[in-house]
Each structure stands twice: as C-alpha cells, then as structure tokens.
Write a protein that binds this ligand. Structure first.
Ligand SMILES: Nc1nc2c(ncn2[C@@H]2O[C@H](COP(=O)(O)OP(=O)(O)O)[C@@H](O)[C@H]2O)c(=O)[nH]1
Ligand SMILES: [Mg+2]
Length: 445
C-alpha cells in the first residue's frame, strides 16, 4: 500500500531528518520534492498545493526543545498535516434513533459496492445488529445473485423483487425491515462505468424515498484523482455523508486517500483491504498517515518528547504556585504561551483540576492585549514583586500602557485573587474554589 509514495517521501525527508539546523532553503528543497511525490501519487493539485503551503508556513514557526532535532520536528509536522488532511479522527457510522438505520451505497460499477455491502453487513452483525441487504442493482441479473451468495454465506436476509424498479424495491424493503425487525437496511445500488444521468436520477429517487441516515460513496482507491472527481459529482447530487475506499490492498498510489476528504468535505468511514468479507477496517487517519510517511519511529519519538516537555513545564509551574512564587512575569509568559497555543484551556489544563473547573470560560483576545501592555510597562522588579506597586508607580504604568489607573488596579487585584486561588487550588477542591472566583481581566465567564 502506497509503496511508491512512501519511498518518494522518505527520499524527500531523508536530507532533513537528521539536521541539527534547518533553514528556509532546505525546507523549500524538501517540500518541492514532497510536492512532486504527492502529484505523482495522483493527489489532487489544489489539495497538494494547500498542503505544501500549510506545512511551509508551520515549519517556519517550529520551536526546538531539548535535544530533538529540527528535522525530526519537521517530520512530525508532516505527519500531523497528513492526519489533518485525511480528516483527523475516526468517523463512526450514523445510526437512526428508533426505526431501522438506512445506509445507501452508491458509486461506479466495479468500485466494490456489492462487496462492501456484504462486508458492512457482516461487520454489523458481529456487533449484534440485524442487517437486511437490499438488491437494487436490477440491471445485471448476476448482481442480485452476487448479493444473495454473499448474504447466504453470512446468514443475512436479502430483499429483492423481480419485475419491480429499484425505488419500489427499496420502499418495500423498508416495510419488510420494520415487519421483521431488521435494524439496519443496507441498499446496494447500480453503478455505471461513468457517471450518467439515468443512474444519478435513480439513486437520487431511492434516496428521496428512503431518506438514508448514511449515503456512502464507494471509491476504488486505485483510480486516484478520477475517483475524487466522481465523488464530487456524486456529492453534488446526493449529499454524501461519507466515503468508503476500496482496494487499498492493491497497488494504489494514494491519491484518492489523500485528496478525497478535502475535495468532498465528508469523512472516509471505512477502507476495504481485500476481496474477503472480513477485509474491512474503520478508517483511522493516523494509521494511514504512518503508513504513508513510513517514519513511525520519529513520530513516536517526537510525540513522547513533546509530552515530556509539557510535563516538565507543568511541574515547574505547579511548584511555583505551591510555593506562592507565581508572579506577574510568570503570568505574562503564560499569557504569551496561551496566545501562541491559541487556547486558554491548554494552559489551564496544566493545572490539576483546572480544566474541568474552567469548562465554560471564554477568552477575550482584546482584553488579553491590555493585560499584556500593563505588565510590559512594569519593571522586572515590579513584575516579580507586585507589592512595591504604590500609587505613583501605578500611575506611571497606566500612562505607559495607555490604560487607566483603574484598569491597572483591577488587574493587580485580580492577579492577587488568582494567586490566592492557585494556592488553594493546588491543595484542595478546585471546582469548589472556582465558583467564588472572579476572573482576571481578559477572562470572561
Ligand atoms: N482486492 C480487493 N478487491 C476488492 C475489494 N473490494 C471489492 N473488490 C473486488 O472488486 C470487484 C468489484 O466488486 P463489486 O463489489 O462487484 O463492485 P460493484 O460493481 O461496485 O458492486 C470484485 O472482483 C471484488 O472482489 C477490496 O477491498 N480489495
Ligand atoms: Mg454490484
């Protein structure tokens, strides 16, 4: 799977992986090769371009900690972006609340629809569901027979009806499912070799009648970018809820896997990895990204190191709080970290119990800037010893930061409260403390 893409990427990143220093120049060089590798893998042009731009931009801001090498961080960045490209998280099947869940399966002929219907039914049956398969591909007699054979081997019923049209069959199948208490109805539809109007109209009619919970587009991963264009056409017509990539066991270049999520905007839900009925896996973006990048060792290393650094920082911060040494300088540094991270919760998450307590707190960025300006107008000594801040010093700070004495006073009062709270927090029950606590300027409840 993805052998060619993998070896090309490995080549592109080889030069950078061991580097103690990386420059804009060698990032650019590596990214040019990554771009070529993606295009050769038949990744959609726009998707490839956006991907490269994103990585390039983030690479500039890479911050090196401890003895990690920038090259390793760069590879981790590539990995993270690949995961994002493919949708970040595993996406589960949407199930109906009450009444049978209807799953309609659509796609071109030979993409693996019928096989997927069988695999999905088998998979859901194992989980205790009672699927019903519906044969709506009536144009080739062999298609109905194929579904029946699959179903028989699984001991799952098939609904089919000779002489009826697919919309009637689908409707009757729903009645059947309710009557015989089948909780999942999987509708196998007909495909053509290319998109044609009759076929589209027919699946659209089936959709309108059966109102499926899931409309899954089955996509042959071997067909690369073409598959992506087809998926787009299906999506415009049917409003897909998800994609299934088949034949990932074959000699696929990777283009479809990497492009389809961005182009269609719907998650990949399953991948087919063989002809047998158990060759179905939920789609895990991280696993596929690891396979594509083939540098799992580095990714794991960087992840571990990053987790460790966060822990170290957290411990230091905690110690300071415990000893009541958390001063305005620390506060300023934390503010900046928050800004960089873009999330207050990340910081608060470092303080035991705080993340839960602050669940509903929002951050106001403008107020942040004011707080920052006030602290910046203080001398180092003042930041570390807020006690020395008498009236005249406060006036000077207000002037210097373009704020008012009242605002300076408020910040200092709130900082004092915060210090107190932090001290109790590190000892006791955080959520209890939070209830009575007034947020410092910049934090809104
Ligand atoms: N290797 C491999 N073959 C598959 C996979 N899914 C389907 N096939 C094969 O692809 C061919 C077409 O599958 P079929 O389900 O009949 O496609 P349909 O026309 O869309 O219903 C069959 O020979 C299947 O065995 C898969 O994940 N891996
Ligand atoms: Mg079929």
């Amino acid at each position: 799977m993805f052998e060619n893409l993998q070896s090309k990427l490995e080549f592109a990143l080889k030069k950078i992986r061991g580097q103690a220093k990386i420059s804009e120049e060698n990032i650019k060089e590596a990214l040019d090769e990554v771009r070529t590798a993606l295009l050769e893998a038949d990744v959609n042009f726009t998707v490839a371009k956006n991907f490269i731009d994103e990585v390039a931009q983030k690479a500039i801001g890479l911050e090196v900690k401890g003895n990690l090498q920038p090259g390793q961080l760069f590879i981790k960045l590539m990995y993270d972006e690949l995961v994002t490209l493919m949708g970040s998280n595993k996406s589960d099947l949407l199930l109906a609340h009450g009444g049978p869940t209807v799953i309609m399966v659509a796609g071109l002929q030979g993409s693996g629809k019928t096989t997927f219907c069988g695999k999905l039914a088998a998979n859901l049956k194992k989980k205790g569901k009672q699927p019903l398969l519906v044969a709506c591909d009536i144009y080739r007699p062999a298609a109905v027979a194929q579904l029946k054979t699959l179903a028989q081997s699984l001991n799952i019923p098939v609904y089919s009806a000779e002489g009826k049209n697919p919309v009637e069959i689908a409707n009757e199948a729903l009645v059947y499912a309710r009557k015989f208490v089948r909780d999942i109805v999987i509708i196998d539809t007909a495909g053509r070799l290319t998109i044609d109007e009759d076929m589209m109209q027919e699946v659209q009619d089936i959709r309108d009648q059966t109102k499926p919970n899931e409309i899954l587009f089955v996509c042959d991963a071997m067909t690369g970018q073409d598959a992506v264009n087809t998926a787009k056409a299906f999506h415009e017509r049917l409003n897909l809820t998800g994609v299934v990539l088949t034949k990932l066991d074959g000699d696929t270049r990777g283009g479809a896997a990497l492009s389809i999520r961005k182009v269609v905007g719907q998650p990949i839900k399953y991948v087919g990895t063989g002809e047998k009925l158990d060759a179905l896996e939920p789609f895990h973006p991280e696993r596929i990204a690891s396979r594509i990048l083939g540098m799992g060792d580095i990714v794991t290393l960087v992840e571990k190191a990053q987790a460790q650094f966060n822990e170290e920082d957290a411990e230091k911060l905690e110690a300071k709080i415990r000893k009541n040494e958390f001063n305005l300088q620390d506060f300023l540094e934390q503010l900046r970290t928050i800004k960089k991270m873009g999330s207050l919760r990340d910081l608060l998450g470092l303080i035991p119990g705080m993340d839960r307590a602050m669940k509903n707190v929002e951050v106001d960025d403008k107020a942040f800037a004011k707080v920052e300006a006030i602290i910046l107008s203080m001398t180092n000594h003042e930041r570390k010893n807020p006690k020395v801040l008498n009236g005249s010093r406060r006036r000077r700070i207000a002037l210097g930061s373009g704020t008012t004495i009242m605002e300076v006073n408020r910040l200092l009062k709130q900082f004092e409260d915060m210090q107190k709270m932090m001290k109790t927090l590190s000892k006791g029950n955080p959520s209890q403390q939070m209830r009575n606590f007034k947020m410092p300027t910049g934090f809104k409840r």
